[in-house]
Write a protein that binds this ligand. Structure first.
Ligand code: PEP
Ligand code: MG
Length: 364
């Protein structure tokens, strides 16, 4: 576990007393959660659960699930992953000792889990006991022209509901286990890539059904919070309507930057230096928050959401969350917390305090 030495710890405590904004960490492994905890993060602000499915043993089951045509066959495959997800979440809850843990439901397009080269397709065909030609055809049929704008996030959640159902069951089972052992856990469940209130309504109904089943099976009660990622311009514009039915909103500035600029976050690096050199952009907007464009959307989203639901908790969790200028911007707007990579937590805590002190001096 990472630890701060005592004098730095004191400095950090002073920083927190001034900071007026919480700093959480993005963590999806026990190792990252332990670093976050060691740096006194105020919880996990983003657990990207899709990272949990790339381990070879789990990947094969995911592929089996993707190839299953009937919901009950998909459920049977996902049932094999359930105990692993329960263990994943129980471990994160244990490490965080009752600090909030925000778990984002599965986000990426399913074909990220399928092979694209010949050898991989052959292995998959063998594992599924299907002809290579069938597997190849099926994989090709799932390829998308623009996967980042395709069947991902909540769109996948609505299309293949069994994945979310397995994940929320795992979250609730882990909640009961961890709460029995120690600090009470109130999990935060986050729906990715939302851009319509109805998406939230549908997912909430399904989550509530799973919660009722788990309560009934265990004869024990638990609570949970539901939130969404705001990472499309439409979600910012509709933030009032979305916020009125959720507990929290977390702005995903990576996707929001991509969608605001209409610029692929995975390809921007190819020409960004030419753009910055010719002063088209002041800085790479994927590294430094673009306060004029993306920041404006954050402001609109924040204000509309706050007006509609004064209690809604708001944060950012994209890469910008660890950047001092972005933290100052979010603090100025009134965000409740920012979430950043675990190693950036100390810098973020200092940045929040520095901004608070700067404002105090400026207004005194
Ligand atoms: C984001 O889009 O800003 C985000 C935090 O989600 P991801 O990077 O996983 O898409
Ligand atoms: Mg995103």
């Amino acid at each position: 576990e990472a630890r701060l030495d005592d004098s730095f710890q004191t400095l950090m405590d002073w920083a927190d007393a001034e900071g007026e904004i919480d700093i959480r960490a993005n963590a999806d492994t026990p190792a990252d959660a332990a670093i976050a905890r060691g740096f006194n993060a105020h919880g996990i602000g983003l657990c990207r659960t899709e990272h949990m499915f790339f381990d070879p043993g789990r990947l094969t089951v995911m592929q089996e699930m993707i190839f299953a045509d009937a919901p009950e066959d998909r459920r049977a495959a996902l049932d094999q992953l359930l105990p692993m997800q329960i263990a994943d979440f129980t471990e994160l809850f244990r490490i965080m000792h009752g600090q909030p843990v925000c778990i984002r439901l599965f986000d990426p397009p399913l074909h990220e889990f399928l092979p694209s080269d010949r050898a991989g397709l052959r292995d998959l065909a063998e594992a599924l006991d299907l002809p290579v030609s069938d597997v190849t055809r099926r994989v090709q049929s799932m390829e998308e022209h623009n996967p980042m704008l395709g069947l991902r996030g909540v769109r996948l959640g609505l299309t293949v509901p069994e994945i979310y159902e397995m994940q929320v069951r795992a979250i609730f089972e882990a909640t009961l286990t961890a709460s029995k052992e120690g600090d009470p856990v109130v999990p935060e469940i986050m729906i990715p890539l939302v851009s319509a209130p109805r998406e939230v309504e549908i997912v909430r109904t399904r989550i509530d059904a799973v919660a009722a089943a788990v309560r009934n099976e265990h004869g024990r009660d638990f609570d949970y919070r539901l939130g969404v990622m705001v990472e499309t311009p439409r979600a910012c514009l509709m933030a009032d309507k979305i916020a009125s039915s959720v507990d929290f909103l977390s702005f995903g500035t990576n996707d929001l930057t991509q969608m605001t600029y209409g610029l692929s976050r995975d390809d921007a690096g190819r020409f960004m230096s030419a753009y910055v050199n010719q002063s088209v952009y002041k800085e790479d907007p994927f590294h430094i928050l673009d306060v004029d464009g993306v920041g404006e959307l954050l402001t609109v989203g924040f204000e509309r959401a706050r007006a509609a639901n004064p209690d809604v908790v708001m944060s950012i969790c994209g890469e910008h969350g660890g950047n001092p200028e972005s933290i100052a911007f979010c603090r100025g707007l009134g965000f409740n917390y920012v979430s950043c990579s675990p190693f950036r937590v100390p810098v973020a805590r200092l940045a929040a305090a520095q901004e608070a002190i700067r404002l105090k001096i400026a207004t005194s």
